[in-house]
Design a protein around this ligand. Structure first.
Ligand SMILES: [Zn+2]
Length: 285
């Protein structure tokens, strides 16, 4: 009997030791189904494509898709089942955003600002993590707890456009959209899960922390757009560095080999700052 107890103790300790790995996150409370995340994201993505200029340059498109596919191959992205897509949009501000269910838009300004491929992978991994953890529809669910069930229920029964009905509740892409502007807790989670996606893809997650440091340093009066859309959690860089120590040893040598070619292509593009998305697309509160 004593031996059995000892064996169980050893087993429990071994399990605890294994559990010391990467921090685990799960999506929070949500009234949307995962299919509804996908539908909402795709409808909003169609709107984004009408209102912003999608860059069709084959070098840039192929490049972000190669980096994106690499990140999508990581386990947490695979397990989510979301169909991620990657497009470049003409906007000189340093930013990227991903809609529920997976459509991601990467600003030309971000491609210009990154010093290496891992930094781009860092921002993309961070955005993908917001999708995987369903932060947008989680926030929408919490903010419209009473009104949402009827809308989502009728949606399931009848189909049709979801975006219009949700815009009436203030859930859209307007300024401070609940779908795109997250809490500091959500930001911390996206940083850490993003570091997992990077590490598994062969990118050194420390480059995400370095890029955020660089944005902070450039901040001053005109903080880069990424930081105002993705508020800085406390000790952002330190938290990422600590998470890296919990990850299995990896070699971080992966590169597409196309970074310089991407930089040459982006240097040839001269874009104007786009008009903000119309407020009636989902004015908040
Ligand atoms: Zn974020």
């Amino acid at each position: 009997m004593r031996n059995v107890k000892a064996a169980i103790t050893v087993l429990i300790l071994a399990t605890l030791a294994l559990a010391q790995g990467a921090t685990r996150f799960h999506p929070g409370f949500n009234l949307f189904s995962k299919d509804q995340d996908v539908q909402l994201g795709q409808e909003n993505a169609a709107q984004v494509r009408k209102q912003m200029t999608v860059i069709k340059d084959p070098i840039l498109t192929e490049y972000v898709n190669r980096v994106g596919k690499r990140l999508v191959s990581a386990r947490e992205a695979q397990d989510s089942g979301f169909p991620f897509t990657f497009e470049v949009v003409a906007d000189p501000s340093i930013n990227a955003f991903a809609l529920p269910g997976g459509p991601m838009f990467i600003n030309t300004g971000l491609l210009r600002a990154v010093d290496n491929e891992a930094q781009l992978a860092g921002v993309m991994g961070h955005e993908m993590s917001h999708v995987i953890l369903r932060h947008g529809t989680n926030q929408a669910s919490k903010s419209k707890l009473i009104e949402l069930p009827a809308v989502l229920g009728s949606q399931m029964a009848g189909g049709g456009s979801m975006m219009g009905k949700l815009a009436q509740l203030g859930i859209g892409l307007g300024a401070n959209s609940v779908l795109l502007k997250f809490s500091r807790t959500a930001e911390s989670q996206a940083d850490l899960m993003g570091s997992h996606l990077m590490a598994e893809s062969g990118y050194n997650p420390i480059e995400m922390a370095r890029f955020f440091e660089k944005l902070n340093a450039e901040g001053g009066q005109r903080a880069p757009q990424f930081l105002s859309d993705h508020p800085n959690p406390d000790n952002r860089e330190k938290a990422i560095q600590e998470e890296i120590t919990r990850l299995p040893q990896q070699s971080y040598g992966y590169q597409t080999g196309e970074f310089d070619r991407m930089k040459q292509a982006i240097a040839k593009i001269h874009e104007l700052k786009p008009k903000p998305l119309p407020q009636n697309q989902g004015q908040q509160q």
